[in-house]
Design a protein around this ligand. Structure first.
Ligand SMILES: NC(=O)c1ccc[n+]([C@@H]2O[C@H](COP(=O)([O-])OP(=O)(O)OC[C@H]3O[C@@H](n4cnc5c(N)ncnc54)[C@H](O)[C@@H]3O)[C@@H](O)[C@H]2O)c1
Length: 257
């Protein structure tokens, strides 16, 4: 029996990276998957899931657009009858310091990373309240806990997600709904692929070395930790920020040459 047997999981950002890895892992653990993304998943992405099975529903949705989110959640309830898990993995990175950042770029990053996670929760929570149970996992970042230069909007959005998590945990724990977030360090996904390009390779190498394990995570490693929070294994866990960062935030190893 899977750890999410007969559960229904809404996963945003499921067409790529961490969200896609969650879709594959959660399906393997017995969940029906409602995948929401602005991008269509590549045909072979969920090769481990039978996309034609009744347990999988993909909907093209921009998480910034409330009517689309509301309609997607309604379609999910119509198809599966309930929603047990919400994973908010849709997100974008953004660069710029306070004096160089255009307001439009600030808004884009905040709208997708923070407001989008609020909007999906807003429309999924009523189903969880009716059921008297549910588990929400926001994908934040270590950059919601510590700063990184040149990424003001990203830092602000992820810091907001960490606090929004605590707020929702307080508001919904009496109703049996747990709310947590996960704070990954670097993960090998299309979001970080730019660090493999000529010219940025040295930056990528340096960033990987900031992790005590001297590498980025595989998406499946983040999906495994997300599964823990989503499942009954975490039945006494709410309001937490689970750091899965290969030691990025633990401190520094001082090496004397
Ligand atoms: N990759 C990393 O190093 C890393 C580290 C920490 C946290 N994260 C966070 O994990 C989450 C997933 O990132 P990833 O690395 O898998 O990136 P990714 O680029 O591989 O996947 C992000 C997905 O979000 C979707 N998306 C973007 N904007 C959207 C919108 N408006 N509406 C709906 N879907 C939208 C994209 O189409 C894409 O499929 C993000 O929130 C990211 O900030 C990533």
């Amino acid at each position: 029996m899977g750890r999410l047997q007969d559960r229904v999981a809404v996963i945003t950002g499921a067409a790529s990276g961490i969200g896609a890895a969650c879709a594959v892992r959660f399906a393997a653990e017995g969940a029906s998957i409602a995948a929401l993304d602005v991008a269509k998943p590549p045909d072979d992405l969920w090769s481990e899931i039978d996309a034609s099975a009744p347990g999988t529903l993909f909907q093209e949705v921009d998480v910034r657009d409330e009517p689309s989110v509301e309609a997607a959640v309604a379609a999910t309830r119509e198809r599966f009858g309930r929603i047990d898990v919400l994973v908010n993995a849709a997100g974008v990175v953004g660069f710029g310091m306070a004096h160089t950042l255009e307001v439009e770029e600030f808004d884009r990053v905040l709208d997708i990373n923070l407001k989008g996670s609020f909007l999906t929760a807003k429309h999924v929570i009523p189903a969880m309240l009716e059921q008297g149970s549910g588990s929400i996992v926001h994908v934040a970042s270590v950059e919601g806990l510590v700063g990184i230069g040149g990424q003001l909007a990203y830092n602000a959005s992820k810091g907001g997600v960490v606090l929004m998590t605590k707020n929702m945990a307080i508001d919904y724990s009496p109703a049996g709904v747990r709310v947590n977030c996960i704070c990954p360090g670097g993960v090998e996904t299309p979001m970080t692929a730019m660090l493999n390009q000529e010219g940025l390779k040295a930056v990528g190498e340096k960033l990987r070395k900031f992790h005590l394990l001297e590498r980025f995570a595989k998406p499946s490693e983040i999906a495994a930790a997300t599964l823990f929070l989503a499942s009954d294994d975490a039945s006494f866990v709410t309001g937490t920020s689970l750091v899965v960062d290969g030691g990025y935030t633990a401190g520094h190893r001082i090496v004397l040459d």
